[in-house]
Design a protein around this ligand. Structure first.
Ligand SMILES: CC(C)(COP(=O)(O)OP(=O)(O)OC[C@H]1O[C@@H](n2cnc3c(N)ncnc32)[C@H](O)[C@@H]1OP(=O)(O)O)[C@@H](O)C(=O)NCCC(=O)NCCS
Length: 201
């Protein structure tokens, strides 16, 4: 059972203690501007953000849910939202994007360590009507910068072969793309963080 915590800052470890000088900069509030000039706050996802999910999910199509979760689904259950918003910050991190004008949730990216603790597996979802405004790119770069600061070796993800937007974006971000030998119709994308400059913002 993943412990419920409001504070998602990681404990002391490779990424440094909360408040210490070596805490990853990506854990602080980060302000970005989308291609349309919309101002967006990126910060770690908190348990209280579950309240923002219903409005967010109202604007996520069933097709985008399928691209994200690899299964047909009309909606996310409250239990699923609860699980997504309660994670162990020692082994996982999630960043939420919030529109500064309205306080609306615009997207989320997450990164879960594998058993070795050397690699992180990401997943990302952006409000469907906002696709193409540059938010996915910014969330990915923020997550990659966090992974780099944390000292992970690789960021990995599974992407449906039909998901050309995501595969193109991953290739542009430097990911290596290969067929998943275990799952037909799925691509594995891998970014060796040694190939990424320290500052990707
Ligand atoms: C895939 C997804 C995350 C992309 O997010 P998005 O906000 O629509 O993407 P962006 O607008 O940031 O990027 C779209 C395009 O702009 C490019 N781009 C955006 N900002 C850029 C920048 N600053 N510099 C260079 N290129 C940029 C991207 O590479 C991409 O290029 P392309 O059109 O040439 O392929 C989003 O469509 C989504 O949530 N899909 C459903 C869920 C999903 O598929 N998740 C992935 C599997 S986990």
């Amino acid at each position: 059972m993943v412990p419920k915590r409001d504070d998602v800052r990681p404990p002391p470890g490779p990424v440094g203690a909360a408040g210490s000088h070596d805490e990853p900069a990506t854990l602080h509030d980060t302000h970005v501007v989308l291609l349309d000039g919309d101002r967006v706050l990126l910060r770690p996802l908190k348990a209280a953000d579950a309240a923002l999910y219903p409005d967010f999910l109202n604007d996520v199509t069933t097709d985008d849910l399928r691209l994200r979760f690899f299964a047909p689904m009309r909606a996310l259950s409250p239990e699923m939202v609860d699980k997504l918003t309660h994670y162990d910050p020692a082994h996982a991190m999630a960043f939420i994007a919030i529109e500064e004008n309205s306080g609306r949730m615009l997207g989320v990216v997450r990164l879960h360590d594998d058993n070795s603790g050397k690699n992180g597996e990401f997943a990302i979802l952006v409000r469907s009507q906002l696709k193409g405004h540059g938010l996915g790119w910014m969330l990915m770069k923020h997550m990659i910068a966090y992974a780099k600061e944390k000292g992970l070796e690789n960021v990995r993800g599974q992407v449906l072969a039909e998901n050309s937007t995501m595969l193109t974006m991953c290739a542009e971000l430097g990911f290596h793309v290969a067929d998943d030998p275990d799952e037909k119709g799925v691509r594995l994308v891998t970014l060796p963080l040694a190939e990424v400059p320290a500052l990707v913002h």
